[in-house]
Design a protein around this ligand. Sequence first.
Ligand code: TYD
Length: 205
Amino acid sequence: MKGIFISFEGIDGCGKSTQINLLAKYFAKQKKSFVKTEEPGGTEGANEIRKILLRENNFKWSVETEALLFMAARNDHVEKVIKPAIEDNKVVICDRFMDSTIVYQGMRSPQAKKLSLLLFDQMGINPDITFLIDMDPEIALDRALNRETDEDRFENYGIKFQRQLRKNFLDIAKKHSERIKIIDGNQSLQHVATQIMESIETLIK
Ligand code: TYD
């Protein structure tokens, strides 16, 4: 088994974190070394950028600049964590990756999408498999808003924005159906987890 790069995507509050933790347990049980990481973040430098991006009342960037900041954080993360882990035959489980930029920034600005894709093309990495946890936006937003955080996240943009995010995630999943698996997040936790593990077993074979 060589290194595998797995990413999780979805709207805010879709239940990614729970599924990521279950998947980490699954790899731990199999004694397969893995790295559990997240974006924006995953390195000291990327976490600094995260603070700039998600600090409360700090939406002073244009969408294009915002996208470039997410890309800068990603570059640090790819260089220092993701690529070395894959080269070391580890599994990387990443909470959000490039699809989030295409959706959160790209749907608000075609130029932000274009700039991000140009940079991404040079990074030379793509997940082997991506799980899109698809979820009813009303339930997801309710969950997301109940979390305690001092970050000014996108859930504060309201339900209409969450519905748009969901639509855009589903569109890119259809466009990249060879990589992105849509998982119905309205099912029981265990049901969702089983589907994810089955897809990974198929991928490994
Ligand atoms: P995250 O910590 O994953 O929040 P959550 O637990 O709610 O999923 O991500 C923080 C926010 O950053 C989230 O609202 C999505 C947003 N984001 C972007 O806008 N662009 C990106 O490229 C990434 C990685 C995240």
